[in-house]
Ligand binder design. Sequence first.
Ligand code: PEP
Length: 255
Amino acid sequence: MTVPRRRLVAGNWKMSRTNDEAVRLVRDLLRELLPAPGCDVVLCPPFTALTEVSYLLAGTPLKLGGQNLHFEREGAFTGEVSAAMLASAGCTHVVVGHSERRQLFGETDPTVARKVRAAIDGGLVAIACVGETLAERDSGRTLDVLAAQFDLGLGGLAAADLDRLVLAYEPVWAIGTGRNATPTQAAEAHRALRARARARWGGAAEGLRILYGGSVKPDVAPGLFAEAELDGALVGGASLLAASFVPIVRAAAGG
Ligand code: PEP
């Protein structure tokens, strides 16, 4: 018998919110989402606000995540943070291989693989992102691109690692553009990724959560979550206001 996967909604604040703004946002969210959000919720503020936000989330079911990490444990890597540093700031999760990291900061599938490994070894849950560009979709290569990103970025993991892995399907053309994948497009990609995961890890892949990310807003969330393949969402812009993030969490929770 397969156990239903509990949905997860993660808010990626990107380079937004000073500490004072972060505190206000978290207070707004907690007012609406406590005592029980109805699904798992992870907030990913900028590094500078992690500790402050961790104090506010302590004792609540909401979790804290970083937006990136370095794969080394420590050393002369100016501007970088390690898994242990994120954990010590209260993080349980970390986003890895976001398309903005890939496109703007030169991350590749091999570096994603090293970062996912470092996150898991450091006791964090890696939220690993994959997704095709518009040119790749338009030329009919979406599923090949996803398969390659999966194999190169995640293929080295063992079934035992899966309780520390969440996958996020984020079509690059839908991130921050106001353009969504349709529920059908998202579900097709999720099915392909799940098939890849089953081929790699067998039955252990049934528990792997696959999130959708790309301009998820309150108006489109119910349609996306009508697809059983979607185990939640990675939300950028709409995670910056309680008025838009809370309805997405509620839609993921099924109400
Ligand atoms: C993201 O940052 O992962 C994202 C999906 O952003 P947005 O929701 O703004 O498209």
